[in-house]
Design a protein around this ligand. Structure first.
Ligand code: AMP
Length: 283
């Protein structure tokens, strides 16, 4: 596996050395099986596989965990190598945002809901860095996880609106045995918090079963989610927990919603750890 740190060198390599289909998996590192599922799918579907590790400062808000975000470059490199990555792009913040950097990419509407309300400016950081990465790596296919559903929607919209060449591929969420979605942030949880974090998955499954068996109406979903999330012994700060139109992210409030699929999405803080998860269902 070749490691490239300079954006210019990476771009040159992409233009002059790559043949066939290039697949790209951008990450912030501290890799787990969720990341590796994207890498494995991309490895099967592409000729050349590039991954990046870049903890993008512009997508963190002041007071968030940018400084303490887990860094495990050595272990990550080993994992990428054994999973068939050809090139790791590992830029520094200074090389991605040199003095005088002055451009942002903003997708409107869908970024103004859910995480966009709780983390204003976050998606602007994401779209700007993802467009930069796609311009540097020039992949035919870029792989993202459904775990960050709103992020996939925002990136797909950017790709469509700006006529990007790259196809955005969304891969299923990988979970622990007890249902907790894998996340680099799970390591912040103490054992008690880790146990209560499973309520997120349990609440989504309960709502899914309720809707599918028609025992639960769409308008009852927020109450049902809140009841399960608030059970247990720890106090949780629920930022959102409801059902949404999967394409607009508008909250579904009445029972006459006619779409085929609905999105259950949850964000909450357990002590200082922010967790998000979602599930697409066909009620
Ligand atoms: P991150 O390092 O958190 O920026 O994540 C890099 C990519 O991995 C993003 O596309 C995430 O959506 C994806 N990802 C993170 N956790 C999971 C998971 N549990 N299952 C599937 N994909 C994931």
């Amino acid at each position: 596996m070749e490691v490239i740190t300079s954006p210019k060198d990476m771009q040159k390599k992409a233009v002059f050395d790559f043949h066939g289909q290039t697949g790209f998996v951008p990450t912030m590192g501290a890799l787990h099986e969720g990341h590796l599922s994207l890498i494995k799918q991309a490895r099967q579907e592409c000729d050349t596989l590039v991954s990046s590790i870049f903890i993008n400062p512009t997508q963190f808000l002041p007071g968030e965990d940018f400084e303490k975000y887990p860094k495990r470059h050595k272990e990550d490199m080993e994992l990428l190598k054994t999973n068939g990555v050809d090139v790791l792009f590992l830029p520094t913040p200074e090389s991605m945002y040199p003095d005088g950097f002055n451009t942002v990419v903003i997708v409107s509407n869908i970024t103004e809901r859910l995480c966009g309300l709780i983390r204003p400016g976050h998606f602007q950081g994401v779209t700007t860095v993802v467009l930069k990465l796609l311009n540097i790596v020039k992949p035919q296919r870029a792989y993202f996880g459904q775990k960050d559903y709103q992020q996939t929607l925002v990136i797909k919209k950017m790709a469509e609106d700006l006529n990007l060449f790259t196809e955005i591929v969304v891969c299923p969420t990988v979970r622990e045995k007890d249902g907790l979605a894998l996340s680099s942030r799970n390591q912040y949880l103490n054992p008690e918090e880790r146990k209560e974090a499973t309520l997120i998955y349990k609440s989504m499954i309960a709502v899914k079963e309720g809707l599918v068996t028609k025992q639960l109406q769409l308008s009852d979903v927020p109450k049902k989610l809140a009841k399960i999330l608030e059970s247990g012994t720890l106090k949780k700060n629920i930022q959102y927990a409801s059902i949404y139109d999967p394409s607009t992210l508008e909250e579904i409030k009445d029972n006459s919603f006619k779409g085929n699929r609905v999105l259950i999405a949850i964000a909450l803080k357990l002590a200082n750890t922010r967790l998000i998860d979602n599930m697409l269902i066909n009620p």
